[in-house]
Ligand binder design. Structure first.
Ligand code: NAD
Length: 373
């Protein structure tokens, strides 16, 4: 994969300046190794407002003109998910390095086409997965890799979605929900948000899911309370992934009204991670119990930056690292993201058929059991 050799700053172009653009751009705006040189959005007002706020002179409303800008080396694609395929293909044919938001696409053939388009022109293509850079999760993964809890036996990831009145939530542009609540999206909350939790359910333990079962419900148009039982390559490792929606449950959060509870148990101890989005519990983000015969110690690790926004900033930094140093592979490869999408569709398929699914066999797309959101 080609890297950027030049001694000058990496030129970043931001495509789509909607609800998530502020968090996704902050890391680039603060990093001396790059310069955000242009923004592009079909909504000219929005594009101009963001450009002014971020001190960027060049504003485009047309993607072809944007991609023709030779000062742009790499693009951050923040457009609605169903547009990722065309936008990644266009960026690849303009030979720009690409970071694209999750989920990678709305079908597996689209993901494969995107990977192929980037490979043909030898540009870096990664999916921006902020959970892979959220410091408490990164540290939990390090501790697991260091053998601090022995051999992982079980992983449980519980997501609680409720309400919040954070400035972030209140400031959301309702236009950002339109495409999520339509047949442009094959699913609701599992497709849009749980893909983060699907991703970490493999990444934390370094194991692929080979079989899953699930039950999925639909509530309030978008939400999909569900429970999924996971089997991994190592037959001893089992997982439970679930989410529940509390329509009248208000929680503290600086961002969305959601929080996560992650528990990984090994044959020598366990790790807890929480506060991955909101701040529901006044509880340290990371705790470990080492059940060593002589130790039997429970330790809270509360010095880690557990602000959800930190994952976005560190993710931007990591993309720059990978553009400068070819030995640094992007943490979420598009193949990894495609496998995450297969698991998402596998959860829908298992709920519809009532049978176990090997997600690696999913080769197209599956619509949520509740139909389109
Ligand atoms: N990592 C996370 O936690 C996270 C959180 C929210 C959203 N996302 C992802 O980010 C992406 C964007 O989500 P959002 O909530 O910001 O959506 P949004 O609808 O608020 O923003 C999308 C922006 O793209 C613009 N746009 C649409 N078509 C365009 C085109 N052809 N050319 C240029 N601009 C165009 C829209 O005008 C809008 O400003 C989605 O893929 C979503 O899944 C990720």
């Amino acid at each position: 994969m080609s890297t950027i050799q030049s001694n000058s700053k990496i030129g970043i172009g931001i495509l789509g300046v909607g609800n998530i653009a502020e968090l996704c751009s902050k890391g680039y705006l603060q990093d001396d190794r790059c310069k955000v040189v242009a923004v592009c959005d079909v909504n000219e007002d929005k594009a101009k407002r963001k450009a002014e706020k971020w001190g960027i002179k060049q504003v485009y409303t047309d993607i072809d003109e944007f991609l023709n800008d030779s000062s742009i080396d790499a693009v951050e694609i923040l457009t609605p998910t169903h547009m990722h395929k065309n936008h990644v293909a266009a960026a690849a044919s303009a030979k720009k390095h690409i970071s694209c938001q999750k989920p990678i696409a709305t079908s597996i053939p689209d993901s494969i086409d995107m990977i192929q388009a980037a490979r043909e022109v030898d540009v870096t293509f990664r999916i921006n997965e902020c959970f892979y850079h959220f410091p408490p999760l990164v540290e939990a993964r390090n501790l697991i890799q260091q053998g601090k809890i022995g051999i992982p036996q079980q992983i449980r990831i519980h997501t609680l979605v409720g309400q919040t009145d954070s400035d972030f939530q209140v400031g959301m542009d309702p236009d950002g929900y339109g495409w999520r609540f339509s047949d442009a999206s094959p699913g609701g909350h599992i497709f849009d948000d749980m893909v983060h939790k699907i991703a970490i359910s493999q990444w934390l333990v370094g194991q692929k899911i080979v079989s899953l079962k699930s039950s999925v419900r639909r509530q309030h148009t978008f939400f999909e309370p569900f429970v999924s039982l996971l089997e991994y390559e190592d037959g001893n490792l089992l997982g439970i992934l679930d989410s529940v929606y509390g329509h009248n449950l208000w929680m503290n959060s600086s961002y969305y009204g959601a929080d996560e509870f992650v528990e990984i148990t090994g044959d020598e101890g366990f790790i807890w991670v929480t506060r991955c989005t909101g701040e529901l519990l006044d509880f340290p983000p990371l705790s470990i119990f080492e059940g060593d015969k002589d130790k039997r110690a429970f330790k809270h690790i509360d010095t880690i930056n557990a602000d959800w926004g930190a994952g976005f900033e560190l993710s931007s930094k990591h993309f720059l690292d990978s553009l400068i140093d070819e030995s640094i592979l992007p943490e979420m490869t598009p193949d990894d993201a495609t496998n995450v999408l297969q698991i998402c569709f596998g959860i829908y398929q298992a709920a519809v058929t009532g049978n176990s699914v090997d997600p690696r066999t999913i080769d197209n797309f599956v619509i949520s059991p509740g139909g389109y959101p």
